[in-house]
Write a protein that binds this ligand. Structure first.
Ligand SMILES: [Zn+2]
Length: 348
């Protein structure tokens, strides 16, 4: 399995995070990459640095003004008197009549859904390189590879067409899905991160050609709070093509794996030509964000189930935060996935 990683993504190492009125260290730390790379290494999977994709590959899901904002925000921010080291909004548009703003502070509020995805000096380049990893993995699958893995940092699934949030800047999985659509009539995105993939849902909500399915902790008392409920099923042409399976935060392996079966059944009915897997490892019981209580064996069995579905698959890394367990979470999932994939290939 080809794996893609760009060391430049480590230059995005955000500091700021605000929770319950307390300023805390941001959870999306560059050290995550080292823990994930150790997991790939343990499975003797080598990484390749991706080439640079044209900006047009991002414009398939993001607006031009959002991309311009990400590119220029830090420089503009530094021109302000007494600016902090990272772009973090402190005003947000709420009215239905909101107008696109002119100042960098207000643009930050427009294009950032919360305070947890700060933009530092190198964040734009890091986000571009993370997207490059997803694009290279997609191109490997389009060229005939069965599966490819993209170690993307920052993650992407909370970012919509023009609003970054939740540690995410560019929506790498959505970019991959849009690229797969150039060769397949129907593409599915399966999001097993512990948080609802609200940005991905938003991007494809009115489309029937990209099925989005997300299994996550119940947003009643967990991020992203405002979306991820079971009654969000799509709109217009997308009606019936969005599946949310929220689960309690006490969820352990059996209920989580049953939800994976349910989602895979829906995906099978949809019959996609290819799959994007938004692989968050923050469902694991040791994850510091305390979303669910899935074990390493649960992750391994999830890998087996998703591999057995048999779709050409782009695996895009989403969450999974700082704990020494993160390495084993990745090896558990991938060993299940690759173990199930190899016998399936030998049968063909
Ligand atoms: Zn997450």
């Amino acid at each position: 399995m080809k794996c893609f990683y760009a060391p430049e993504t480590e230059t995005h190492d955000p500091i700021f995070r605000l929770t319950y009125g307390k300023i805390q260290r941001n959870a999306e730390q560059a050290e995550r990459a080292k823990l994930l790379l150790a997991g790939l290494d343990a499975l003797s999977l080598s990484v390749t640095e991706p080439g640079r994709a044209p900006i047009a590959a991002l414009e398939t899901v993001h607006t031009k003004r959002f991309l311009k904002f990400l590119e220029t925000a830090w420089d503009e921010w530094q021109k302000q008197p007494d600016a902090g080291p990272e772009v973090v909004p402190n005003v947000f548009p709420r009215a239905a009549t909101s107008s696109y703003p002119h100042t960098i502070l207000a643009k930050a509020g427009w294009h950032m859904g919360d305070t947890s995805a700060p933009i530092g000096q190198h964040s734009w380049q890091a986000a571009l390189r993370a997207a490059d990893c997803a694009i290279a993995a997609t191109d490997a699958v389009l060229a005939g590879d069965d599966t490819a893995y993209a170690l993307c940092r920052p993650a992407g699934h909370h970012t919509s067409a023009e609003i970054a949030a939740g540690h995410c800047l560019l929506n790498n999985a959505a970019i991959a899905a849009a690229r797969l659509r150039t060769a397949h009539d129907r593409v599915a995105i399966f999001d097993i991160d512990v948080h609802h993939g609200n940005g991905t849902q938003d991007i494809f909500y009115d489309r029937g050609d990209v099925l989005t399915a997300s299994i996550h902790a119940d947003p009643t008392d967990y991020y992203p709070f405002f979306t991820g409920f079971a009654d969000e099923t799509g709109s217009g042409n997308g009606e019936g093509y969005n599946l949310n399976l929220p689960l309690p935060r006490t969820t352990t392996d059996a209920a989580w794996l049953a939800a994976i079966d349910t989602a895979l059944d829906r995906i099978a009915t949809f019959n996609p030509g290819a799959l994007v897997l938004s692989l968050g490892l923050d469902t694991h019981e040791d994850d510091p964000l305390l979303g669910m209580k899935v074990s390493w064996d649960g992750l391994r069995r999830a890998g087996e189930k998703i591999a057995a579905a048999g779709y050409p698959t782009v695996i895009v890394q989403e969450g999974g935060y700082l704990t020494p367990s993160l390495t084993t979470s990745l090896t558990s999932f991938l060993s299940g996935y690759l173990g199930a994939k190899i016998p399936a290939l030998e049968r063909n």
